[in-house]
Design a protein around this ligand. Structure first.
Ligand code: MGP
Length: 212
């Protein structure tokens, strides 16, 4: 039971305890949707487990705000241990050759030298993420499956995976625009390799199907 009656409102007295309504536009509270939902995966090389057991889903997001919240929460690639990877893939596509949406595909591969871990790796990876979530490749963005960064003692790698290695036009559009976004000099070539060739390679290099 109430112990005191509410004061009767005196129209002469200013109503200091009532907050004036503030107009809030939807821009201030509605998150900005991305065109696709994305999943971030983390790979940690534990030799006692199989390759696929070492792959862990970290989180999914489908808004600009949730992308940045996740990005700001996790370590930059240059701070990861050797043998670790991050993978950002469209929701429903596992970051492995065997997934139905990857098995006919391949990747644009950038191999970095050891100095680039300090100079370029984190910047390239962030730009790669922005290319993906921002759907930067026009209609060719449809062909994008995801991207991977591998942190390795012999030199780090960043790759964009696409769904079909026969889709030359989409692959070339992605390769050219990606190279421009990263400001890679025209004379420095990057190559595209099919997952089929990568997974069955016997030597240390896989042949390029395309290069830009
Ligand atoms: P990696 O991690 O892509 O490159 O592949 P890394 O460590 O630089 O080695 P390199 O061979 O390119 O010099 C390392 C190994 O992980 C591969 O040889 C496979 O055994 C395994 N692996 C990598 N991927 C991407 C897959 C995959 O998609 N599926 C399966 N089953 N194994 C994979």
């Amino acid at each position: 039971m109430a112990t005191s009656e509410p004061k009767s409102a005196d129209p002469e007295e200013p109503q200091t305890d009532v907050a004036a309504p503030v107009a809030v536009s939807p821009e201030q509270y509605v998150k900005h949707p991305l065109q696709n939902r994305w999943a971030l995966w983390y790979f940690k090389n534990d030799k006692s487990k199989s390759w696929s057991e070492n792959l862990r889903l970290i989180s999914e997001f489908d808004t600009v705000e949730d992308f940045w919240a996740l990005y700001n929460h996790i370590q930059q690639p240059s701070k990861l241990g050797f043998g670790c990877d991050y993978c950002l893939f469209k929701d429903g596509i596992k970051p492995m050759w065997e997934d139905d949406r990857n098995k006919l595909g391949g990747r644009w591969l950038m191999t970095l030298n050891k100095q680039q871990r300090h100079n370029d790796l984190d910047r390239y990876w962030m730009e790669t993420l922005l290319c993906l979530v921002g759907e930067s490749f026009d209609e060719a963005s449809e062909d994008i499956c995801g991207a991977v960064v591998n942190v390795r003692p012999k030199g780090d790698k960043i790759a964009i995976w696409t769904s079909n290695c026969q889709n030359r036009d989409a692959i070339m559009t992605i390769g050219q625009q990606y190279k421009e976004r990263l400001n890679i000099p025209a004379k420095a070539l990057i190559g595209y390799q099919s997952h089929d060739d990568t997974s069955s390679k016997s030597g240390s290099t896989t042949k390029n199907m395309y290069s830009v």
